[in-house]
Design a protein around this ligand. Structure first.
Ligand code: SAH
Length: 259
């Protein structure tokens, strides 16, 4: 088991032994003045393609830091191909959605405007920054891609036929999510969660007509949109996703105390 390195950084550079990686002023400042790291200290780096590598700090300069990549610590894994389509929420809540969806392994975060969506614009850079931070913290080897914020009907226009879209429908007679997912075929999937004001009934009716849309219920209570995101993702991951593969392979197995 490789020695634990506390600092993980997502970098957008190829990773191979001896490769030099430059960090921008924000990251240089974070390593030097927040974490108080110095030349020779190790950090873990990942780029979503080449697994995780140990890298060593070469040095700091005015607003930059350079690392030299040493050896690979973890091979690249594959996260389930699960998209989250969600109606943009107010600032704090949308940050929460980006962070939680990343921790819960989505491969794409896709903000979509529905009829009752309140914010009419989305700060994609802010979403991405939340996702990167969450990916570094939860030891993912990838960062979700960001879909362009578009009206829902545009996102569904040329929808891939092999991808099921589970519509979290707070109204109507959707089957319980666990029942639907228990019979779900493996393969690419997506979850859709509406805005704080919920879906228009006309929207639900139109969506239910699409062959790839499967309405699902999240119980008898009306959940806040950010709650619904976490609840639906937890169900999907535990019933058909990578929570079925047991816990993290990087922590010693849990050992019950010997009586
Ligand atoms: N209409 C409610 C809130 C909608 S909740 C209101 O105005 O307060 C926001 C989104 O969360 C919904 O559009 C739906 O996608 C999801 N959601 C909330 N509760 C749900 C439930 N019990 N079943 C399925 N989806 C739910």
């Amino acid at each position: 088991m490789a020695d634990p390195i506390k600092t993980r950084l997502y970098v957008d550079s190829p990773l191979a032994e001896g490769q030099s990686v430059g960090l921008d002023h924000e990251r240089a400042h974070f390593l030097r003045h927040v974490l108080r790291l110095d030349r020779g200290d190790p950090v873990a780096v990942f780029n979503g393609r080449d697994g995780e590598w140990r890298a060593v700090i070469d040095g700091f300069g005015k607003g930059w830091c350079s690392l030299t990549v040493a050896e690979q610590r973890r091979r690249q894994d594959v996260t389930p191909d699960l998209w989250l389509l969600f109606a943009p929420l107010k600032k704090g809540r949308i940050d929460f959605v980006a962070e939680k969806a990343t921790e819960m392994g989505v491969s794409r975060l896709w903000p979509v405007f529905t009829r009752r969506t309140d914010p009419n614009r989305v700060n994609i850079d802010r979403l991405r920054a939340n996702a990167v931070e969450a990916a570094e913290q939860c030891e993912r080897l990838s960062v979700p891609e960001m879909g362009e914020a578009v009206p829902l009907d545009r996102a569904l226009a040329d929808w891939p036929a092999d991808r099921k879209l589970y519509l979290c429908a707070e109204a109507g007679s959707a089957r319980p999510i666990a029942e639907v997912l228990r019979d779900a075929p493996p393969g690419p999937a997506a979850l859709l969660v509406g805005p704080e004001g919920g879906f228009d009934q006309s929207e639900l009716d139109e969506l239910a007509k699409l062959p790839f849309v499967v309405p699902v219920g999240l119980g008898p209570r009306i959940l806040r949109a950010d709650t619904a995101v976490v609840a639906a993702l937890a169900c999907w991951q535990s019933l058909t996703g990578d929570w079925t593969a047991g816990g993290s392979d990087r922590r010693p197995p849990f050992r019950a105390p010997i009586p």
